[in-house]
Design a protein around this ligand. Structure first.
Ligand code: G1P
Length: 291
């Protein structure tokens, strides 16, 4: 069965990015010329996802406005003859069928995913977290959908990480079953040093079977007092087979300031219109600061 639906949780308070996120959603912070969330939706659409549910919270109306049509803007662009820009703007509202639901209390990622139960129904679905932007030839979630088609069970997107970074992510115990693919035995959310299972971190992309909802319904709060998706997946992995796949591509962790800037520089260098100027500027400032 093909994966047709994706869930994008976007209900966080953006605390790590204050004050920028005091009056705007962190998902709407710009990477070069598009909000971060645009990159995530684009990844899902390019992988063939047909319907997307974005889990928001109050004060995040600008997300809905962004993916909706803006008739006044379209008329104005037509009047002034900016047809290329007009096409680009219209494309945004035609990207996919996007639905919204609200998580009314910040109870954790597992709870945000539980809010998608009705939308998801009884098919396996994709989850894309907004803090992980992945630049790759084949969309990251598309790579995972191909693995799903072979294994027909939950697939977690993973990467090997340095030991001192592992405490920031979901962590995995498993055995390699083929190149880049692991059978998942256990998972732990943001392990302390002595709890680390391996150097494999779970990084913001998931294909999950609907069995997760039975688990999440009864799941107790875990790390940081939140209902953790990783804990839910750990329980699911005891009930059914689960695999992890080391995806290909460049990953940016835009959940922190350094990663956010790296993403901006990375995408600026891929933009033909500004690449040369950016390189020149970086040479100049790195030279200045190198002195
Ligand atoms: C979330 C998940 C964590 C995962 C990470 C990937 O954590 O809970 O398991 O490794 O995303 O970016 P967050 O960074 O939202 O705290």
């Amino acid at each position: 069965m093909k994966i047709r639906r994706a869930v994008i949780p976007a209900a966080g308070l953006g605390i790590r990015f204050l004050p920028a996120t005091k009056s705007q959603p962190k998902e709407m912070l710009t990477i070069v010329d598009k909000p971060a969330l645009h990159y995530i939706v684009e990844e899902a659409v390019n992988a063939g996802i047909e319907e997307i549910l974005i889990v928001t919270r109050r004060d995040k109306g600008s997300i809905e406005n962004y993916f909706d049509r803006s008739i006044e803007l379209e008329l104005e662009l037509e009047n002034i003859g900016e047809f290329k820009l007009l096409e680009e703007i219209q494309k945004i509202s035609n990207m996919a069928k996007i639905y919204y639901t609200r998580q009314s209390e910040p109870l954790g990622l597992g709870h945000a995913i539980y809010c998608a139960k009705t939308f998801v129904g009884d098919e396996a679905f994709a989850v894309l977290l907004g803090d992980d932007i992945i630049y790759s030839h084949k969309p990251c979630i598309g790579q995972m959908m191909e693995i799903y088609e072979r294994y027909e069970t939950s697939i977690l997107g993973v990467r090997k990480m340095e030991r001192d970074e592992l405490h920031r992510y979901g962590n995995l115990q498993g055995d390699m079953v083929e190149d880049r693919i692991y059978g998942v035995k256990k998972l732990i959310e943001k392990p302390r040093k002595e709890e680390i299972y391996s150097n494999i971190a779970v990084l913001g992309r998931y294909i999950i079977t609907p069995g997760i909802f039975d688990v999440l319904e009864h799941l107790k709060p875990g790390r940081d007092g939140e209902i953790q998706l990783t804990d839910g997946l750990n329980e699911l992995a005891q009930r059914e087979m689960m695999y992890a796949y080391e995806f290909e591509g460049t990953r940016y962790d835009i959940g922190d300031k350094q990663g956010f800037l790296e993403a901006n520089i990375g995408f600026a260098l891929r933009d033909r219109n500004i690449r040369e100027g950016v390189i020149e500027y970086l040479r100049k400032v790195t030279g200045e600061y190198g002195k």
